[in-house]
Design a protein around this ligand. Structure first.
Ligand SMILES: Nc1ncnc2c1ncn2[C@@H]1O[C@H](COP(=O)(O)OP(=O)(O)OP(=O)(O)O)[C@@H](O)[C@H]1O
Length: 248
């Protein structure tokens, strides 16, 4: 992604974004509210027009990729998903197979396996028949992540996927992501999760990248104060990061 610029309703929301995603890496996207994280992820998913800049996937421009090819490569889980209220969890997860299915061929064993694995991984078996309208916030989030897993993309784009998840599911999700054979770009507000699970962090402020690198180079007390105006201490012990904030 080079020279990305996005203006929404006359407001410049992203400015001069240059990013390269390393294959297989977990890249955490950080920044205060309104810094442009969701906008950047939606651009990367090809869902938002940009005023300038190029996004390429393995050397091919995102704009020239046929939609089906793009959908095989990229899965996006937005912050808020709109779903037909009557769809069941299982039906939502099955939607992830749409780009892989051929018009003349039915549902095959590979589709079934991908769906079953995704349901099992997100621990949805007990509620697989339940309708979207009957799900809690966390169950909805896990269903959408399972749909993205069933898609078996090369790049998974997750916009604050830990919203609504209790602490057990947050840790399980990040641990699961660490095992996935794909590139993951994930917007997070929890700096401890970001430091402990991401290979690389990109810090946005007012639509610009102000830091980009390993957790140790991005999550310094000085950088945390610059981005969020909060004083913090950062410790690393036995490969575990702990970030604590001072009371305001
Ligand atoms: N459709 C829109 N029209 C106009 N402005 C928008 C639109 N969508 C987002 N913005 C503005 O763009 C800026 C970036 O928004 P974005 O949602 O990308 O931030 P974010 O970093 O994801 O925030 P948060 O942490 O609160 O989710 C904000 O100032 C927001 O008000």
């Amino acid at each position: 992604m080079t020279g990305l610029e996005v203006t929404l309703q006359s407001q410049r929301v992203l400015n001069g974004i240059d990013l390269t995603l390393g294959a297989g890496q977990i890249v955490g996207l950080l920044g205060p509210n309104g810094s442009g994280k969701s906008t950047l992820l939606r651009c990367l998913a090809g869902l938002l027009p940009r005023q300038a800049g190029h996004i390429t996937l393995n050397g091919t421009s995102l704009d020239t990729l046929p939609l089906r090819t793009r959908a095989k490569q990229l899965a996006f889980v937005p912050q808020h998903s709109e779903v037909d209220d009557d769809l069941s969890v299982e039906q939502i997860v099955r939607l992830g197979r749409t780009p892989h299915r051929q018009r003349l061929f039915g549902w095959n064993g590979g589709d079934e396996q991908a769906v079953e694995e995704a349901i099992a991984r997100m621990k949805l078996s007990c509620i697989r028949k339940r309708a979207w309208k009957q799900l809690s916030g966390g169950e909805r989030q896990r269903s959408q992540i399972a749909r993205a897993l069933a898609q078996q993309p090369k790049i998974m784009i997750l916009d604050e996927p830990t919203n609504h998840l209790d602490i057990q599911y947050q840790l399980e999700l990040l641990s699961l992501i660490a095992t996935l054979p794909m590139t993951v770009v994930i917007a997070l507000h929890d700096l401890n999760l970001a430091a402990n699970y991401c290979h690389r962090l990109v810090l946005l402020k007012q639509g610009k990248v102000i830091a980009n690198g390993s957790p140790e180079t991005v999550l310094t007390p000085a950088m945390i104060e610059k981005a969020w105006c909060v004083k913090a201490s950062v410790q690393r012990e036995d490969d575990t990061w702990t970030i604590r904030y001072s009371k305001q």
